[in-house]
Design a protein around this ligand. Structure first.
Ligand code: GUN
Ligand code: ZN
Length: 438
């Protein structure tokens, strides 16, 4: 009998070593044309050329071989809404109307533990089918939604982050907590889930419009009391949203300053969207080490605007991440997300290379979550969270691949431009197969 603690995945192995400086940056990654990732007890024990590594393994070690497959660290989605799986594809509204008309209606259903559990199973199936092995998610205001989320993640051995949203105004009464109950319920979730196995709780004030100053202060208190927790919220997504924040917080210098005043900026804070930041706000994001999360499918679908990656990288450079933002976003696929991200940059007259895009979706997003070295990489010691991609998955992809002459960067560009869940051949969480294409 093979020792079940060991598992090997053989294929064309790719992992990033540093943020690529642009297209053609061969020093930014390691590629093995016939490589092996060896997992032991859920973590990567070794990565190297297949032949010599195989020779060191006990003969009965299980080896999953994908001769054409590209083996990468699993994708990371650092901004997604767990209760919005049935909000995707809601027609004809921009942010504030979209929230009231669709999202706040749907999220009320997550007061029901059975509904939350059923949707959690669907949510994690869908992440796995798309090669995403870690996500940072907004749950609904109901603690049972966060319990359902973490229970299902734990059951599958996936490392997930998330929190119940705190929202105590400008939402239906069935969807609001209070400054005190939002604080108390988050505390309970932290005690129950934070650091339990791979699960991590995040402080989650939805956005400035749905929190009173008292609630933002409570969120700031939580952050001070638990400095290792991430904070996630939304910032500067939509013009009408920014105007409303200005009216609600006239004393603040701007939208980011609302969060800053309550101690909610910093290296462990992730702000979804950040499309319409002023230069002063970009400087403050950079100074505080806060992360701007680019959500291209959402920004296009809700008509919010174009996030400029080139500008984000210029001094004062902001930390950035890239995410789906389902259900404002229209796909669970990080490949689809990268495709739309590329198109957004094209509309701004910029390029976004496949190397930069794949780096961001793996090691870059891991760094944004403060989990560099743990996930998003194939370095020994990291969790064996893997995705195996197939750039020939559809007729159009196969036909296009016939013309790339084995060029890895072109293959990555084909994958991100034409790929989706069909290009995901297998997904592993902590060395365990959680999805295999049929
Ligand atoms: N701003 C506040 N809540 C949300 C949300 O659920 N989705 C998006 N895209 N923006 C938000
Ligand atoms: Zn969002």
């Amino acid at each position: 009998m093979a020792d079940p603690a060991w598992r090997a995945v053989r294929g064309r192995v790719l992992t990033f070593l540093a943020p690529p400086l642009g297209a053609g940056d061969g020093a930014s990654y390691r590629y093995l044309a016939d490589g092996l990732v060896l997992a032991r007890d859920g973590r990567i024990a070794a990565v190297g050329e297949a032949s010599p590594l195989l020779a060191t393994l006990p003969a009965d070690t299980p080896v999953d071989h994908y001769p054409d497959g590209l083996v990468l660290p699993g994708f990371i989605d650092p901004h997604i809404h767990f209760p919005q799986t049935q909000v995707i594809a809601s027609y004809g509204a921009q942010l504030l109307e979209w929230l009231q008309k669709y999202t706040f209606v749907e999220e009320q259903r997550f007061a029901d533990a059975a509904h939350a559990a059923e949707q959690a199973a669907f949510f994690f199936d869908e992440l796995a089918r798309n090669g995403t092995t870690t996500a940072l998610a907004f749950c609904s205001v109901h603690p049972v939604s966060a319990d359902a989320y973490f229970t299902e993640a734990e059951r599958r051995g996936m490392g997930m982050l998330g929190g119940k949203v705190m929202m105590d105004r400008n939402a239906p009464p069935a969807l609001t907590d209070t400054a005190q109950s939002g604080y108390d319920e988050t505390k309970v979730l932290i005690e129950r889930w934070h650091g339990r196995g791979r699960q991590r709780v995040a402080i989650t004030p939805r956005f400035a419009i749905t929190s009173t100053p008292e609630q933002l202060a409570a969120a700031g208190t939580l952050k001070r009391e638990h400095p290792d927790l991430l904070v996630q919220t939304h910032l500067s997504e939509n013009r009408a949203e920014i105007e409303t924040v200005r009216r609600l917080f006239p004393e603040a210098a701007g939208y980011l300053d609302v969060y800053d005043r309550f101690g909610l900026t910093g290296e462990r804070s992730l702000f979804g969207h950040c499309i319409h930041l002023t230069e002063a706000e970009r400087r403050r994001m950079a100074e505080t080490g806060s992360v701007a999360v680019f959500c291209p499918t959402s920004n296009l679908f809700i008509g919010s605007g174009l996030f400029d990656m080139g500008q984000a990288r210029e001094a004062p450079a902001m930390r950035v991440a890239v995410a789906t933002d389902v259900g404002g976003g229209t796909s669970f696929s990080m490949l689809r997300t990268l495709a739309e991200g590329y198109k957004v940059q094209q509309l701004l007259g910029r390029n976004w290379s496949a190397l930069e895009a794949f780096h961001l979706a793996t090691a870059g997003n891991a760094a944004a979550l403060g989990l560099a070295g743990e996930i998003g990489t194939l370095e020994p010691g990291a969790f064996a969270d893997l995705v195996v991609l197939d750039a020939h998955a559809t007729p159009v992809m196969a036909n296009r691949m016939a013309r790339i002459d084995g060029n890895l960067e072109q293959e990555l560009f084909v994958l991100m431009t034409l790929g989706d869940d069909r290009a995901v051949r297998a997904t592993y969480a902590a060395g365990r197969l959680i999805h295999a294409a049929s």
